[in-house]
Design a protein around this ligand. Sequence first.
Ligand code: SF4
Length: 483
Amino acid sequence: MPLQPLLPAATLAVNFAELKAPLHPQEAHVEASRCLYCFDAPCITACPTGIDIPAFIKKIAHDNTVGAARTILTANILGASCARVCPTSVLCEGACVLEARDEQPIQIGRLQRYATDYVQARGLTVLSAPAIKTGRKVAVIGAGPAGLGCAAALAQLGHHATIFEKQPQPGGLNTYGIAYYKLKPEVSLAEVELVKSLGVELRCGVTVGRDISLADLERDYSALFLGLGLGEAHRLRIPGEDLPEVRDALDFIEQLRTEPMANIPAGRAVAVIGCGNTAIDAATQALRLGADSATIIYRRSEDDMSAYEFEYELAKADGVEFLFHTAPVEVLATDGHVCGLRLCHTVTNADGKADLVPHSEFTQAFDLVLKAVGQEKQVALLKQLFPTLAVTTRGAIQRDPLTGQTNLPHIFTGGDCANGGREVVNAVGEGKKAAHAINQFLTGTTVTPPIQPSRLGAPSGATGSGLLHPIRAHELAAALIKS
Ligand code: SF4
């Protein structure tokens, strides 16, 4: 039977409501006041974009929410998305010193959301690009987190950045590929508006190599940044894979973000193949869409899965079932529609690979199969566009890890196409780092990072020990909190 929508819009609105509620102003103040405003704060080091966390938290505690948002967005232009989707328990909050004191870490993600929501909701302008421009132009390929991070930083350095994006909408994963209950597309698109407000030009629906040639880009722009992301989803390579109810989990997630949910055909018994964070997003959303069951099927063990522990716990709490050491060997069909999977137990061999166990096959009924077994690298596209660009044996673009510069000096890269697929915040950080390297490439200068109040060992007013005199420190801190 073809699949049908299962639940009315009103029920879906409840099911897909944001998982983490925003902080009330009073809660934000209480939480911000718990922070110790550590010197050399480990939470800053743990953040791939280096947000000055104690500084923005202190600003919230002092009722300077706009200043807090400015501190966040200066370091991470996608601070609103990252506040929602970052695995904070393994990044900033995981590093918070309060953990070592057996206290709850500061809820940095929720405070970050509080500040960035405040300015987004009021349409406040907190960032600006310099009035004097360098006259240098940079082409950014891809409007995902890496491309947006790079373009925003380039604009703030006075360069003209143009982003070329093949999708109709910008934002990449943040707009298309994350569970709706974690991040609504509107938040991602509002961040893109912030990037555009800095003077970044955005050209969506343009495929480089088809709508605009590389030769044109190299003629018109002084440097290129590649933020291409990853390619097509891997195939299962089993019989029945091309049946209509076998879908890529990312396409399923995208459909939930781009179409009215009440019109989306839903499975009643959903199988999700793979056990990364995308698999969890797909399974938990299949249940929210009305499925009676969602089962994650993984050929390895619970300890081997790439999903974060907190994602696993969320899925279990939602009622997702798990079949470990199990692999699909055939998609079964009746009258051309999926009716189940033929599965086989697996065992891990001496090389760490999961082998099928002979004579252990069994079948289980499913009416929708979602594939979440990773994405291809864009090696073919890269070779076609840039035949001399160096690519690693794993298909990622080879680059200097500190600058993102490739073997072609005018081409820089960052994000999933270079790191193989990491977090949104890693992509933003790599884009930003590459922008500073591009700036150096174009102008031969470096940019000194702004003073950070958690590192008050500044030369002006410093004592012989390298630390500020207490009076000078208070003056500086007061000025920074107000900014
Ligand atoms: Fe505040 Fe924790 Fe960061 Fe220290 S480590 S500044 S307590 S959030």
